[in-house]
Design a protein around this ligand. Structure first.
Ligand code: GRG
Length: 304
């Protein structure tokens, strides 16, 4: 069972606006208990990094996976906001001159261009740390054990064995092509791990069984693979105006991608297969999984 594209887009928009309202409050100038002060320029840079557009796909996956298991939606919103802080920090640091050196993100000047490099580094650091604050804070209405499980799963997804490690492998891949297995590993870490966490988070929030957590991890992995293939395809087929960032950079940097190795039509077939696999994983949830399945299709068909 799959929700229509219109229905999915309306739900994505509605959850994005809930997330943005919460992020707006979290990134206000209000000083929290045990904080000393919030330096205004840094706060503005963090606010700019987060509230500058973006599809908010990862928070949607957190909220919808929580809904599917009947978990606490208010808590899911906060976990989604925490995850979005980590995602946005990764984009800010990825855009830095020492990394991808990009001037444009989400159609606007990148944080180090709009502010300066030191502020961009600190904004990323601040967002990474804040993500764990948001999960642990008393306002997140979850049992302490669930919070610890979320902190652990998110740290593993974001750190050396996940996104940060994937970024390191990606930088190394510019000098020596890692081959197909290496590309799959680096992509599963760099972009796949946060998406996998987003899907598993709902099962943790709702206290679902270990088997269900595993299903959601596998669903997340499939969507992650689809997301990356779509991204690699968009890098060769789209343009900067549509994407809101530079395109054609993989080939320019001699970066190995599966699309580069096997060609466009192979990648399109694989993409369709990952979406089918993702769909099959949630078959037993029936109607309750319809928006998550629509999300898998959206990831594959997205235009930006
Ligand atoms: C610097 C530690 C560190 C990590 C960077 C995720 C990442 C690792 C870099 C981003 C580079 C990139 C463009 C990867 C392709 C996939 C990706 C994460 C695209 C952006 O995600 P979307 O499409 O973006 O969800 P929005 O703007 O909608 O949030």
């Amino acid at each position: 069972m799959i929700a229509s594209r219109d229905m999915f887009e309306a739900e994505l928009k509605a959850s994005a606006s809930e997330i943005e309202n919460l992020l707006e409050r979290l990134l206000s100038g209000d000083v929290l208990d045990q904080e000393v002060a919030r330096p205004e320029a840094l706060r503005q840079a963090m606010h700019y990094a987060v509230l500058n557009g973006g599809k908010r796909l990862r928070p949607f996956l957190v909220m919808e996976s929580t809904r599917m298991f009947g978990g606490n939606q208010t808590a899911a919103l906060r976990i989604g906001a925490a995850l979005e802080c980590i995602h946005c920090y990764s984009l800010v640091h990825d855009d830095l001159p020492a990394m991808d050196d990009d001037d444009l993100r989400r159609g606007k000047p990148t944080v180090h261009i709009a502010f300066d490099e030191a502020t961009a580094i600190l904004a990323g650091d601040g967002l990474l740390t804040y993500a764990f604050d948001i999960i642990a804070a008393p306002e997140t209405e979850l049992a302490a054990t669930a919070k610890i499980e979320l902190v652990l799963a998110l740290a593993r997804a974001a750190g050396i064995g996940g996104m940060v490690g994937g970024q390191a492998l990606d930088l190394a891949a510019e000098k020596a092509s890692p081959g197909e297995a290496g590309i799959l590993t680096l992509q599963a870490m760099k972009t796949g791990a946060l998406i996998r966490f987003a899907c598993e988070a709902g099962a943790i929030i709702a206290g679902a069984s270990e088997v269900e957590r595993k299903v959601m991890r596998r669903f997340g992995e499939k969507i992650g693979l689809a997301f990356q293939l779509a991204d690699d395809l968009l890098d060769i087929t789209s343009d900067a105006a549509t994407m809101g960032k530079a395109t054609g950079k993989d080939a320019d940097r001699g970066k190995g991608t599966l699309v580069g190795l096997h060609g466009q039509s192979w990648a399109e077939e694989q993409l369709a297969m990952h979406v089918k696999d993702a769909e099959a994983l949630l078959e037993s949830y029936g109607e309750r999984a319809s928006l998550l399945i629509a999300a898998a299709h959206f990831v594959a068909d997205r235009k930006s």
